[in-house]
Structure formats: structure tokens, C-alpha cells
Design a protein around this ligand. Sequence first.
Ligand SMILES: [Zn+2]
Length: 302
Amino acid sequence: MAAVVLEDESLRDGLQFEQKILTLDQKLSLYRLLAAAGVRRLQVGSFVHPKLVPQMADTAELIETVRGETPGVLLTALVLNDKGLERALRCGLGHLSLSSSASDSHSLKNVKRPADQAFASLLELVRLAVAAGLQVRAGIQCAFGCVYEGAVPEARVLEMAARLADSGANELNLADTAGMANPVQVKRLVAKTRAALPQLPISIHLHDTRGLGLTNMLAAYESGVTLFDVAAGGLGGCPFVKGAAGNVAAEDAVNLFEQIGVETGIDLKALCRVVDRYEQLLDRSLPGRMNRVIQSQRAACG
Ligand SMILES: [Zn+2]
């Protein structure tokens, strides 16, 4: 069966709204543990205004420090506007994640702009980044529904996807920002997107708000998707989405794929040590399941 690539976003989506600000050294040690566990794509931060998201203020420094340290790892970060793009270019980043929302209400809360305006800016930003020689992943937030608006029409998502492909995006990220997707819907939207844009690689970003994260991941895999966003420990959540829970836990995704014989390249036990480290640093248990299992195995053996 086709191998999958898991992009860990614990350092960005996971940490961005944590109250406790981690130091650069703490983030560096987390990055190195993730890379040593075999994670080959890491979204390590975002270029947003440091006053708005203080946790992300050291993204450039983090990238400058680790760039070149782990040649097999694709380093990426989230960029929201042209100032962010400039900062990303200055620190020598080769891959970016850009996105906007399919839902007007979510867009107004998240970036204080209606969805169509934010999307027009996104298209422009994709063109600028591609012209600057960067690899660009373009994302559609709330692609599977919105807590404020309910269902998001598939036709709208497909239209956005086609325009992102036209503007030169190298990969399309369909994001279940609100954790509202179900597996039937995931299969349908992935199939329609692949039929319309067969050349464009698709990645999926899932939140486990309603407990369907792994089920949706498997549904996407069975539809041909091999790129998934995860976060160690199941960290994450969005203050602009009522009741949002974290991303699918990286260790649970690794276990799922291991169990069905699909290669991830990630060492589950080593990954769980990263979750331990996050739990120490944040001083609480994280929602991922496999770390508990590995901990109890360690206790039983020791
Ligand atoms: Zn997210």
C-alpha cells in the first residue's frame, strides 16, 4: 500500500494559541526530537504579527537555526500576507503554507475580512510566492463545514481549488478547521477534487473536535490522499472556532498506518518521547491516545 507523509504542525497549529510561551531553545529541542523520530515534513511556525500571536514571534530564528541541520526534512511555515512572505524569504525558507477560509463568518472572525476578499489576497500571495521561486501549499480552511454557517457548498471549495491551481500552487490542502467532516463527505470531496484537478497533490488537515479525525484520515487515504497534517499529542485548536479541538495526534496517525501496513517512516516510540516533552513543558496531559499506551507498556516492562 502507498506510503504516507505526515506533516507535524505541533510547533505551529499546536502551539499558536497556548498561553505558555515556549522559549526558542525549548522549540529547538522539540524540533530536533521530531526530526529524530523520522518526521519528514515540519510546519514550524507562522509569519504573523508578533503582537497578535506572540508564540510565533521567533519563527524566523527557529528556521534560520535548523535550516541545513536536517537536510531530509521539509521545513515549512504559515504565511498570511506579503509582509510575512518577505520575512519568510529573508530567512531562506523554500516552502510555504498559505490559506484562506471557504466560510465568510469564519474569515471575518479569523482575519477580519470577508472570504472573497481574503481569497483574492491569497491568490495574489500564491502568485508572488511562486514567482519568488518558493514551493507553495495553498489551503482552504473550513472546506468541510463551518460552526457558524453549517454546510459549506462543495462547489465553492472546488471553485477555490481550481483558482488556486491556476495561480500556480504546488499542493492543495483541504482543511477541516472546524472538525465537522465525516468520512463519506471526505471521500466525496477528495474524489471530486481529484477528478477536477488530477495533477494537483492533495493534503488533508483534520481536527478531532467530534472524534472523527482518524476515521476521516483513513477515508482520505482510501481515496488516494497520502499527505496528512498531524500534531504531536493532538495539540491545537482555534479560538475563532467555537469548541475546536486539536489536530489528529501524530502518534495516533502513525499507529493507524502501522496497523494497516502503511509506511510512515516515523518511529512511534521516539515520537511519543516528543509528546512526553510537550506534556512536561505545557504541564498537562494531551489528548492523543498512543502516548498513554506506550507509557503503560514502559511501566509494565520496567
Ligand atoms: Zn488547524
